[in-house]
Design a binder for this molecule. Structure first.
Ligand SMILES: C/C=C/C(=O)SCCNC(=O)CCNC(=O)[C@H](O)C(C)(C)COP(=O)(O)OP(=O)(O)OC[C@H]1O[C@@H](n2cnc3c(N)ncnc32)[C@H](O)[C@@H]1OP(=O)(O)O
Length: 265
């Protein structure tokens, strides 16, 4: 461990403000990386482009990375545990966004610490939860427990089909952690081969759900979910959802639990 602070002392630390820029090309590559089809012109054609709100999360990847770089946890063993996104306004097709990041709560799970990183902008507020084995035991609060399993039969059933090349494409948007591309780095966290980015899997799940509901995926206004088990590129997983109006509580196989997506309208 490279830090002199215990995990709990990172609570509330300011991680800085950055202005990031992107083009239509970035937003289209992102849409393809989370499973948009060539026929979904609103997602892949500059002239009709609507930016997927989850694209914002790739622009903010520097924030959880900044906490790791400052030495709060070992970036080679920490995993993305869960994510929340609240959309405040639609993203422009291109331009600049200013993002302000800070550490939220730090939960003490005994064998691990869970660090929350909160990113705020005029377009969205997002919270990353990073699961850091070996950093618990600092005498902090345990925080939220596992989400309750949904009750009753699902009202939305569909499937997430991932492709063998998906992480190789998704990483070009900014999350270049080696566990998603390098078998040696994956082996270091006990995985037989590179694993999907949690944010790619979570965002990709919202496209088949939107198709089932007959809504536009760019109308997403809320998204959250816990990464319960790794997903491998090329895997297909069932989505089981429970719909209330334009919101769906869902789980993705055994990989994402306690998830929720809500669309405007
Ligand atoms: C930089 C990396 C970027 C990435 O994108 S990585 C890819 C996406 N992420 C993943 O693939 C992670 C998949 N999830 C897992 O492999 C496992 O899931 C974990 C290793 C994260 C945890 O599993 P285990 O060590 O067996 O933990 P437990 O015994 O189930 O729970 C211990 C406490 O930790 C809380 N917890 C478990 N999982 C998570 C999570 N994903 N996010 C936040 N908290 C978590 C529980 O609730 C519980 O605490 P309570 O006893 O208080 O209930």
């Amino acid at each position: 461990m490279t830090t002199t602070l215990n995990a709990g002392q990172w609570r509330g630390v300011d991680l800085g403000t950055r202005t990031v820029s992107y083009t239509e090309r970035d937003a289209i590559i992102y849409a393809l990386a989370v499973g948009a089809q060539a026929t979904e012109l609103d997602l892949v054609f500059e002239e009709r482009l609507r930016v997927l709100p989850t694209f914002a999360l790739t622009l903010a990847q520097w924030a959880p990375d900044e906490l790791g770089l400052r030495g709060a946890f070992d970036m080679k063993t920490a995993l993305h545990g869960s994510q929340e996104l609240k959309v405040l306004a639609p993203m422009p097709r291109n331009g600049e966004i200013t993002l302000k990041a800070s550490v939220g709560e730090v939960w003490d799970k005994g064998a691990a610490a869970v660090f929350e990183v909160v990113v705020e902008s005029e377009y969205f507020v997002a919270t990353w939860s990073l699961f850091a084995p070996g950093y618990g035991g600092f005498g902090g609060e345990r925080g939220p427990s596992k989400p309750a399993a949904p009750v009753g039969e699902p009202t939305v059933t569909t499937e997430l089909v991932t492709s063998a090349n998906q992480t190789a494409l998704y990483r070009l948007l900014g999350d270049k952690h080696h566990i998603h591309i390098d078998p040696e780095a994956a082996a270091h966290i006990g995985q037989p081969r590179p694993i999907m980015h949690g944010l790619c899997t979570l965002a990709a799940s919202t496209l088949p759900i939107a198709r089932e509901l007959g809504v536009h995926p760019a109308d997403l206004v809320e998204l959250s979910g816990r990464f319960a088990a790794p997903v491998f590129p090329g895997q297909s997983l069932p989505i089981r959802g429970w719909q209330t109006d334009r919101a769906v509580d869902f789980e993705l196989g055994d990989a994402i639990s306690g998830a929720r997506v809500k669309f405007a309208g």
